[in-house]
Design a protein around this ligand. Structure first.
Ligand SMILES: Nc1nc2c(ncn2[C@@H]2O[C@@H]3COP(=O)(O)O[C@H]4[C@@H](O)[C@H](n5cnc6c(=O)[nH]c(N)nc65)O[C@@H]4COP(=O)(O)O[C@H]3[C@H]2O)c(=O)[nH]1
Length: 687
């Protein structure tokens, strides 16, 4: 293959060296030359890789004649297209005809005039190059992937290629003679067309996207390039339009855009989408003097479900939650998933406070319904924080921060509720952050201790055991209540190392006390929901008991109703295992949560603790009294013991005793005591 900057190679064939000499002298300046003095050598040279672009061939040669050489060249596909000029002294018509018939490109008669020879050679090579380019262009037109249509100066279609027919559905016969308007989907405006024609006239070129209609009526986007062909006078003779179908590319773009803006698990808009849409929602609200309610929706204790039942179940739960949320909102509301178990809902309108409260109620109700996932029955609740534009902030960042703070406030208010933002909450959330930071340090620095609150047999007043209660001596803040930091530790997972520390500390202490003769007491340790669901809970407890040589009967585990109700089936199996090892279980805060009596029957627990909130106002408050009585009777019917918490007065003690309550714990008997004081208390009681 010849490269463009290489001189063309010419093969000169003549049996007379003198003739060859003349030809070489005429052509060597502008060409590369090869020579042959016989037909056989000529064919051999023509077939080589370095193929000549032109052969000058003597007609009359001994052996193989020039005509025979030409015939053989034309028979061979490799050499068929090499142009040939005959050089001959024989100018007879017959000889010329024969040669032309075989495909000679030209004739030059001897004696050769060098100048004429050069012009003829140049013209022929140029023509051949042009032909090659045209062949190439025709090939592109015929077989190229781009649709091409050519219109004349009146913009009337004169030619289309097969790719055009494939893409539009119109054959050449159907479309030629028409105006390209017939292809348009009619989406472009008159101004857009004007701009396009202006560019075509002025610059001879235009490129852009357009929507067209196929013959079957289908509308599609295309990338169109229009260029012009001008005549010698500079007037436009033709317009060449070439275009590709952008449908697939657009579909891919749309898919990428969708993926970038949506959460793969639930299909809800994601954080990016929320950010963009919220900006628009707020801008519209500003323009139209409206309010926006931004709601942070967070599942209570989702992490526990996820950690204990596995990510598959967690994912299924999130999908179900997303579906229920969709059912609670209108099409026009903006609902998104921020990640994890956090969802956001934005409502705009005139009375968003009312609307937000109503939707929040609906969501709380809907999301607390039982979930049936992977053959398991799950319960969950939700905490919702709400901030209002413009009241609580005029930008997304502030509104999000405030909604988040209100959501944490809702959690602190006992979960399963919603809270509107108040400036107080910011303090609360900053506080929370500070506390969380120092909590990480507390365990390593030995800032925790355990206090023991004595529990007594209600009838005899005899000491039967104690509840272990953690205390945090913060170096700057002094004593921090577990009510403040336990929920935080539960939230961020710190509860696991803290809980293990409490268990070890209590067992270590039991061992010490057993050595001084306090062998009949049972010590209750609180297990938070996350601890209850931690991996290998049973194994860990047994290991700790063994380490300190403490019998399982000396330990009681207090769990909340919520812990077991999140996944009752798994809880039954876990409680059975604990029971088989001789550990007793008490249900803490009984009556405040689900009070699912059906399940209670199946749970191998030995005690119900009546929550302090019911004890506080008995016997004065008839409702609380009724609840306390019901719990005691229920426990008795199930063969369980009852412990009343927070007993502060003799009247309370008497009432509970009369109703058949078994044990009590509370300030009336004793406040929680540090280990040394408890030891003295217990030794004194044993005397
Ligand atoms: N007003 C009044 N209060 C009384 C009375 N008797 C006892 N209390 C208090 O009531 C709480 C009883 O513990 P809880 O219900 O298990 O509630 C506990 C428990 O849920 C959690 N907690 C404490 N220690 C631990 C622990 O080691 N692990 C876990 N997971 N949670 C713990 O923190 C909660 C609060 O603990 P505390 O602040 O120690 O508060 C204790 C105790 O000091 C009374 O007569 N009147």
């Amino acid at each position: 293959m010849m490269t463009t900057n290489e001189k063309p190679l010419i093969l000169l064939v003549d049996d007379m060296p003198a003739n060859l000499h003349v030809l070489v002298a005429a052509l060597r300046d502008d060409h590369r030359i090869k020579t042959a003095t016989s037909g056989t050598t000529a064919l051999d040279l023509a077939e080589r890789d370095d193929r000549p672009q032109l052969i000058l061939l003597d007609v009359v040669m001994p052996g193989m004649s020039g005509l025979e050489v030409l015939r053989r060249l034309r028979e061979n596909p490799e050499t068929r297209d090499i142009p040939v000029i005959f050089i001959t002294a024989d100018v007879s018509e017959q000889s010329q005809l024969e040669g032309l018939d075989l495909g000679a490109d030209d004739y030059i008669t001897k004696p050769v005039v060098a100048a004429v020879l050069r012009v003829r050679v140049r013209n022929l090579l140029q023509r051949k190059r042009t032909e090659a380019r045209l062949r190439l262009a025709a090939h592109v037109f015929e077989y190229g992937g781009e649709a091409i249509l050519i219109t004349d100066c009146d913009n009337c279609i004169v030619e289309v290629n097969p790719a055009f027919t494939r893409l539009t559905g119109y054959t050449s016969e159907e479309i030629c003679g028409q105006n390209p308007k017939i292809l348009s989907a009619g989406h472009a405006t008159a101004e857009e067309y004007q701009r396009m024609w202006h560019a075509i006239r002025e610059q001879g070129f235009w490129q852009g996207e357009m929507w067209d209609r196929r013959k079957n009526g289908e509308i599609y986007p295309k990338l169109l390039t229009i260029s012009v062909v001008r005549n010698a006078q500079g007037e436009i003779d033709f317009h060449i339009g070439s275009f590709t179908d952008l449908s697939e590319q657009k579909a891919v773009e749309e898919k990428i855009r969708y993926v970038a803006h949506h959460d793969a698990l639930t299909g809800l808009p994601n954080r990016l989408h929320l950010q963009i849409s919220l900006e628009q929602v707020i801008a519209t609200a500003k323009r139209e003097n409206q309010e926006v309610a931004l709601m942070f929706i967070d599942l209570d204790r989702f992490k526990i479900i996820n950690d204990t039942l596995g990510h598959n179940i967690g994912d299924c739960l999130l999908v179900e939650v997303a579906q229920r949320l969709r059912e609670c909102v209108r099409e026009s509301d903006l609902l998104a998933r921020l990640g994890g178990d956090e969802f956001v809902l934005a409502l705009a309108g005139d009375d968003v406070v009312n609307a937000a409260a109503q939707v929040a109620e609906k969501i709380l109700g809907n999301l607390s319904q039982t979930y049936h996932i992977g053959g398991q029955v799950l319960h969950s609740s939700t905490s919702i924080g709400i901030s209002l534009y413009p009241h609580d902030g005029d930008n997304i960042e502030t509104l999000m921060k405030n909604a988040d703070a209100s959501m944490y406030h809702a959690k602190a208010m006992g979960r399963n509720n919603f809270q509107f933002f108040s400036p107080e909450m910011n303090r609360f959330s900053n506080e929370r952050l500070l506390l969380e930071n120092s909590l990480h340090r507390a365990l390593a620095q030995g800032e925790f201790t355990v206090h023991y609150q004595p529990q007594a047999d209600i009838a005899s007043g005899r000491l039967v055991g104690a509840e272990a209660l953690i205390r945090w001596h913060h170096p700057e803040r002094g004593m921090v209540s577990p009510l403040q930091f336990i929920p935080l530790a539960e939230e961020n997972g710190m509860i696991l190392p803290i809980g293990t520390w409490v268990l070890r500390e209590v067992c270590r202490q039991i061992k010490v006390w057993r050595e001084v003769g306090l062998t009949d007491l049972r010590f209750a340790v609180n297990l938070s929901p996350r601890q209850f669901h931690q991996e290998n809970l049973v194994g860990n407890i047994i290991d700790i008991l063994r380490e300190f040589d403490v019998p399982a009967s000396a330990l009681e585990l207090e769990i909340t109703e919520g812990s077991v109700m999140e996944n009752p089936d798994a809880a039954v199996s876990l409680l059975n295992q604990l029971n088989q090892h001789g550990l007793s279980i008490a249900i803490d805060d009984f009556g405040t949560g689900y009070s699912s009596l059906g399940y209670l029957k199946r749970f191998p627990v030995s005690k119900l603790k009546i929550d302090r909130s019911f004890v506080m106002d008995i016997p004065g408050d008839p409702d609380d009294s009724a609840i306390a009585i019901a719990v005691i009777q229920l426990a008795r019917s199930l063969g369980l013991k009852t412990v009343a918490e927070g007993v502060e007065t003799t009247v309370q003690r008497q009432f509970l005793s009369d109703q058949g309550c078994d044990m009590l714990q509370g300030y009336w008997y004793s406040k929680p005591l540090d280990a040394a004081t408890f030891e003295a208390f217990a030794l004194h009681a044993a005397r």
